[in-house]
Design a protein around this ligand. Structure first.
Ligand SMILES: [Zn+2]
Length: 187
């Protein structure tokens, strides 16, 4: 029985190590949950605005999300699992949980990034003029936390004619459970 405390300490150290490794980039299916645990502002129901300092964001966001959200980075094209995904559900801001896009407004633009023709609501996103890289583009930010999401272009499909070109890294996806059940029955 003497060995039990040692074993417990070993196990807890192992868990601590796992928790740390989760914050590194990687396509692990449960990384979304870990991210929320470390992120006190993440909420899919609270629509109140979030204003943190860059240092605070750096502490709570995984490095790859921080790079896109706060440093206006761009993920490499063709790298997001969401780019060609046809799953039915909702896309949320990975920094704050704000609902951004629904899968039924998603389309395959061929541009290399997840593309949508319309946000969930007028307040889901905000727009800013972006004159970087010698171009004039319209930047799209999260309406709740001002995370950089991507850009919007006017070469999209009907009914809006818009193409929201969004970094997959800044999106959290949740499947629509009812729709999923309907799918399974139909098959
Ligand atoms: Zn956000």
């Amino acid at each position: 029985m003497k060995y039990v405390p040692v074993l417990l300490i070993t196990i807890s150290l192992l868990f601590q190590h796992c928790g740390y490794s989760q914050s590194k980039p990687g396509p692990k299916p449960d990384s979304t949950n870990m991210k929320k645990d470390n992120n006190p502002v993440y909420s899919r129901s609270d629509s109140s605005k979030v204003a943190l300092t860059e240092d605070e964001w750096k502490k709570i966001l995984p490095a790859e999300v921080y790079y896109i959200a706060r440093q206006k980075g761009t993920e490499r094209p063709w790298t997001s699992k969401y780019e060609t995904s046809k799953e039915i559900g909702t896309y949320y801001c990975a920094a704050c949980g704000n609902p951004l896009f629904k899968s039924d407004t998603k389309f395959e633009s061929g541009c290399g990034w997840p593309s949508f023709y319309e946000p969930i609501s007028k307040t889901s996103v905000i727009y800013l003029e972006d004159r970087s890289h010698g171009m004039v583009r319209t930047e799209v930010e999260c309406g709740r936390c001002k995370a950089h999401l991507g850009h919007v272009f006017d070469d999209g499909p009907p009914p809006t004619g818009l193409r929201y070109c969004i970094n997959g890294v800044i999106l959290d996806f949740e499947k629509a459970k009812k729709a999923e059940e309907g799918y399974k029955k139909a098959q």
